[in-house]
Design a protein around this ligand. Structure first.
Ligand code: CO
Ligand code: CO
Ligand code: CO
Length: 317
């Protein structure tokens, strides 16, 4: 039996827990491919479509790529739910895809017990400008481009504990594309990037620490958090996934003057979160300036990459 030879053109594959696969076509172009789908997280089908699309497109942006084509993946209870609901989900996704500049080229749907929706996205990136989560360098600053608290706030929506203003705010954050943030990175020597999703801010920061063999220090006070998050977390409105994140991360995180409520918030499982960008400290302020100019208002420097305690995170209160 011939041994399977690793394909030299596979730049990012299954070995690292990165956001998307990257395959080199030639010296100028590599393909970036990703797939994501889930059950509805909000009641409004149009909004769900927008959020699902923003979430799937985000993995392309997190690799430094530009989305080119998308395909829809649909599971829908055809005999139980009105078809207009599916039409609204697809319209939401389609509007978001158009905003990204990509084109919808097809998809597949099946009859299913409960609705599921997502997208497979193909993008391109220059092979030498791939932003993995495994190349952060000691001395880098970490920038987060969207506020956290999304998991806790969507949990509160399900329990009818969030007012309309709060609902609109969290929907807007989830539906926002990471396009402008990704474009801002283009002219900087970004060493690593990922997007913050199901493992929470600290879980995805841990992927960078592990992948890069570095330590990370997070200044919890500089992390942008959505209004009402803390208040709701104090009432134990925490999604199961966020508590799970907190538990599996706890042995590798040292919290200094950070109470348990803030620890949960930092581990909160997010849908369609922001980019977590590792950039040399001397470029961090300039990149932050471009992010703010591009309309990514919540972007903030939240910590740094260190050469101490590789694969571990220190969070300072
Ligand atoms: Co991702
Ligand atoms: Co993903
Ligand atoms: Co990346």
């Amino acid at each position: 039996m011939p041994k399977s030879v690793p394909d030299p053109n596979l730049l990012v594959g299954l070995d690292t827990s990165d956001d998307a696969g990257v395959y080199k076509i030639n010296n100028e172009t590599a393909l970036v491919q990703t797939l994501d789908f889930f059950t509805p997280i909000v009641d409004d089908p149009y909004m769900f479509g927008q959020i699902a699309a923003a979430n799937s497109l985000s993995d392309i942006y997190a690799m430094g790529g530009k989305p080119i084509t998308v395909m829809n993946i649909v599971g829908f209870p055809i005999n139980k739910l009105d078809k207009s609901i599916l039409a609204d989900i697809l319209a939401g996704a389609s509007d978001k895809v158009r905003e990204s500049g990509a084109v919808l080229v097809g998809g597949h749907s099946i009859d299913d017990q409960e609705p599921k929706f997502g997208l497979s996205v193909t993008g391109t990136v220059h092979p030498e400008r791939v932003r993995t989560n495994a190349a952060a360098k000691p001395g880098d600053s970490l920038i987060l481009t969207k506020p956290i608290g999304v998991g806790i706030l969507t949990q509160a929506i399900k329990k009818d504990m969030l007012d309309q203003e709060g609902i609109d705010r969290v929907m807007k954050v989830m539906a926002a594309l990471n396009k402008e943030a990704a474009e801002a990175m283009d002219n900087f020597n970004v060493n690593a990037c990922t997007d913050v999703t199901g493992f929470g801010l600290l879980g995805h920061a841990m992927e960078i620490a592990e992948g890069s063999g570095t330590g990370i220090t997070i200044d919890s006070k500089s992390v942008p958090v959505l209004p009402k998050t803390r208040e709701l977390a104090e009432q134990n409105i925490i999604p199961g996934g966020s508590k799970k994140n907190h538990k599996w991360l706890t042995e590798r995180i040292q919290y200094e003057n950070v109470d348990e409520v803030d620890q949960w918030i930092l581990c909160d499982a997010i849908t369609s979160g922001g980019l977590l960008i590792s950039v040399p400290e001397e470029e961090a302020e300039a990149l932050l300036g471009v992010l703010h100019e591009n309309g990514v208002q919540s972007a903030a420097i939240i910590g740094k990459v260190t050469d101490k305690q590789p694969g571990r995170i220190t969070v300072i209160g």
